[in-house]
Ligand binder design. Structure first.
Ligand code: XLS
Ligand code: NI
Ligand code: NI
Length: 441
């Protein structure tokens, strides 16, 4: 922080690690950045990121009520000057929290202008400040993205709009956001299709929209090569909200889309918990689908509420969730360019500045515990051993020949005729395994 800059959190200092049992709510009980787990520091395993949109721009407003959050950096002018102050608040917060990364949409950072040119120059002014703040604090950009869903021009979609002029505005915005992501040494770049879907098929040419989305992403790949941006592109699946159906509905749909349009080698997935559950999946299911395809890139860490059918983006505090996430992440080799991005917002009723810290501490501690739990489950080996043993018929004999591609239907028939009946079926032991998992929570 430059010496003469205003403090937004004067009563809160850097959040220390005090260990389990501390009564200090502004301290970590489990997130100890330098602690080694499986030979790597927690900091490097988890790669926590703070989001600009919820943390800085969230007001606590909902469809029925005005904002409740007390945020001294949201004076409401919408000026570049205010945006620069907000950037300083963001970096003060992230530094004090001790998160190594942050993420933005272009329009969270800087105000919409009256024209594209004005929006671009607003963004340039604030992004220059971000560059300075990154240099001052050592905080890095996990990923950038373009906000192609707030402005009314995107009502019918951005790259999937029925209107080609809108496609051009969306392309211009992504182009600019990629340039700044590259300049700020972002580790990756995200595409979330906020309005890339439809409200009714009565007015929609689905094939044309999907083809245009494919074209748009190819243009992005071309531009990435042109500017020399080396980080991965991520698609963030979500099935609905704001549209009734989004084309990037879940991990499997995204992978199929990328394969169909010849884009798979350029993309990985950014998996978000509340989007997984909206799609009728668990987070771990989505991670496993992405991981199996070699496309597990990054995660948006949050959770929903089982009683609510929308994207509530709550801070993740469920240890079953965080330990399952970390089991899958560790299984697929850990994060490289990705990280644990808190795409989460404090509740409307949690309006104090301090709640921003308390919420992130809760999420970071839950993930640190999840990491430790996952590592203990892996060291114990019983769960992995059970799964390995369950599939042992594939390790030799006919199973091994099938997996090696050396057996035909005729060979299978011959084998089955010789056996007469299958004798070797064993219990799946689900209840035993659930109890085993509980031993580690
Ligand atoms: C919204 C998404 C969004 C993306 C970034 O539901 O989660 O915040 O992460 O555009
Ligand atoms: Ni998200
Ligand atoms: Ni979301």
């Amino acid at each position: 922080m430059s010496k003469n800059s205003r403090q937004f959190f004067p009563d809160i200092g850097p959040i220390p690690f005090e260990g389990p049992g501390t009564k200090n709510p502004l301290a970590f009980q489990h997130y100890n950045p330098s602690e080694l787990v499986e030979g790597k520091t927690m900091k490097d395993h988890l790669r926590f990121a703070v989001v600009y949109w919820h943390t800085m721009r969230g007001t606590g407003a909902d469809m029925f009520g005005w904002g409740t959050a007390r945020r001294p950096w949201n004076a409401g002018e919408g000026s570049v000057k205010e945006a620069i102050q907000r950037a300083r608040a963001m970096f003060e917060f992230t530094s004090k929290l001790g998160a190594p990364f942050y993420c933005w949409h272009d329009r969270d950072v800087a105000p919409h202008g009256k024209t594209l040119a004005e929006s671009n120059s607003n963004f340039d002014a604030v992004a220059a400040e971000l560059k300075q703040l990154q240099a001052d604090t050592g905080i890095r950009l996990l990923w950038g993205t373009a906000q192609n869903f707030v402005h009314p021009r995107y009502m019918h979609g951005a790259s999937t709009s029925c209107n080609a002029d809108v496609f051009c505005f969306a392309a211009a915005q992504v182009k600019k956001a990629m340039e700044w992501t590259h300049e700020l040494k972002g580790e990756g770049y995200v595409f979330w299709g906020g309005r890339e879907g439809y409200s009714t098929l009565l007015n929609t040419n689905l094939k044309r929209e999907m083809d245009n989305l494919g074209r748009f992403l190819h243009m992005a790949v071309d531009y990435k090569k042109k500017i020399g941006f080396k980080g991965p592109f991520y698609i963030e699946p979500k099935p609905k909200e704001p549209t009734k159906h989004q084309y990037d509905s879940d991990a499997a749909a995204c992978l199929n889309f990328l394969r169909e349009y010849g884009l798979l080698e350029h993309f990985k997935l950014n998996i978000e918990t509340n989007h997984a559950t909206l799609a009728g999946h668990t987070m771990q299911h989505e991670l496993e689908v992405a991981g199996a395809a070699g496309a597990l890139g990054s995660i948006d860490a949050n959770m929903g509420d089982v009683m609510l059918g929308w994207d509530t983006d709550q801070f993740p505090t469920d240890l079953y969730l965080t330990s399952q996430v970390m089991l899958s992440v560790l299984k697929f080799g850990g994060f490289t360019t990705g990280g644990t991005n808190f795409d989460a917002k404090v509740r409307r009723e949690s309006f104090d500045l301090e709640d921003l810290f308390l919420a992130h501490i809760a999420g970071m501690d839950a993930f640190a515990r999840g990491l430790k739990i996952a590592a203990r489950i892996r060291a114990d080996g019983r769960l992995e051993g059970f799964v390995k043993n369950r599939y042992r018929s594939w390790d030799s004999g006919i199973g091994a020949r099938i997996e090696a591609g050396k057996a035909s239907f005729a060979d299978c028939e011959k084998h089955a005729l010789k056996l007469g009946e299958v004798e070797g079926l064993e219990s799946g032991r689900q209840e035993y395994l659930e109890a085993l998992y509980n031993e580690f929570i």
